[in-house]
Design a protein. Sequence first.
Length: 332
Amino acid sequence: MPLVGTKEMFKKAYEGGFAIGAFNVNNMEIVQGITEAAAALKSPVILQCSAGARKYAKHAYLVHLVKAALEVEDIPIALHLDHGPDFETCKSCIDGGFTSVMIDKSGLSFEDNIKETKRVVEYAHAHGVVVEAELGTLAGIEDDVKVEHGNEAYTRPEEVEEFVSRTGCDSLAIAIGTSHGAYKFTPEQCTRDPETGILVPPPLRFDVLAEIEKKIPNFPIVLHGASSVIQKYVKIINDNGGKLKDAVGIPEDQLRKAAKSAVCKINIDSDLRLAMTAGIREHFMQHPDHFDPRQYIAPGRDYIKELVEHKIKDVLGSDGSAPAIMDLVNAK
């Protein structure tokens, strides 16, 4: 089956009170782990590539890896550009087989963001591709996205209606307290659980989300920087020679709440990296004599599959138990 866009996915997600997982891919094993998990649960999935991933793996390799997954797994898959930095990158992905692109000009002024986003929207729509835009900025570091803590800015609800109307974008990434990377918050921003010692981040601004929903009803909202930095994988990494101190993410109960709202797409990247690293580190400690990449990358792939199954079933709610999901899978 061919790659699909996200419009029908988001429509079903909005109506059904769940979210579609958008998982970042960089190599074959990550693609395999994600799509095997999605297929096992009969879930549609968005595979997304950042500008950094395209530099690392090359555009053609990523596109063909995703198309190979379509030959193996019988589920709807969308291929999305994550954080497209400029028109030229978006155009390259549109011309090169992507079904969805994000143009991120959130660091510009409101008017310049509109101007640059609209340019991408016009080209994308003329080629049957949907566009995600961003209003507001998230702190943290992930690939080429770097915003220092203290310089992030919540999305202003009073701006979203004008922004969506003037740009014609198909979905909107907002800033309500999520953050990029495994170190999403500084210790000063958090409280520390007295029993576990784990940092507890400040809650997401659901009040801001509610105001945005009122301004643009029935419009798909996207959450970036939504990895939970699952402590199971952090512990495995640290127990096997890693040094991840005070890595903390978005609590999953808050993501479940978001998935039942207008949030139709939730981005997960850092959790994938942690899962793969955990599997590889654990394998090397248990088998220091191994040197075949197939031996030590496979456990990382297994942890990615485990992670994605958990996210789809227990957090996003996009598994085949939802009637709307079966409509999507059967209509692919």
